[in-house]
Design a protein around this ligand. Sequence first.
Ligand code: CA
Ligand code: CA
Ligand code: CA
Length: 179
Amino acid sequence: MWRTADPHTRVQIPLRLLFLLFFLFLISTFAKAKQNILINEVMYDPIEDDNYFEWIELYNPNNTSVNVSGWTITDNYALDFLEVDLDHCNCSTFIPPEGFAIITDHGTQIYNNTTFSNNTICLYVDDKSIGNGLGNSGDKLILKNNLNETIDSIEWELIIMIHKAVLQSLLMKVLLFQD
Ligand SMILES: [Ca+2]
Ligand SMILES: [Ca+2]
Ligand SMILES: [Ca+2]
């Protein structure tokens, strides 16, 4: 399980701009799982630098371990193979029963100030970006096993809406300025 002093999950996106409300619209499609592993959480818009703090969390809801060796994760642009992270948390490709896997890229800095529960494994993608980087305004992820079968997928997009009251206020200021 992911533990951090300032958890920032896909359902906890901060407001970024004054007078604008950001509504995050997530479309999650759960594939007919051969092995029921879920894309549980996606940090695509970290508070810190996107190049070093993006991550994905997988969850194994089964009562047996699942080996993700040879599995791939693909975003809107690029495919990455999952690799064992020999430097962090358990050095394994087996996600424990009801356990988690954290996926980062090779340039990650998330381990500088993060701890994990014992039922978590850490994985790398095979280069320095998850896909080509996780888009803040929209992207998708497809998790496939070593037989190229889709296990889970998720897609998100950001819809920017101006609150009606704010819009009216802005229009009033424009009208007053024109006068
Ligand atoms: Ca990002
Ligand atoms: Ca990549
Ligand atoms: Ca991308």
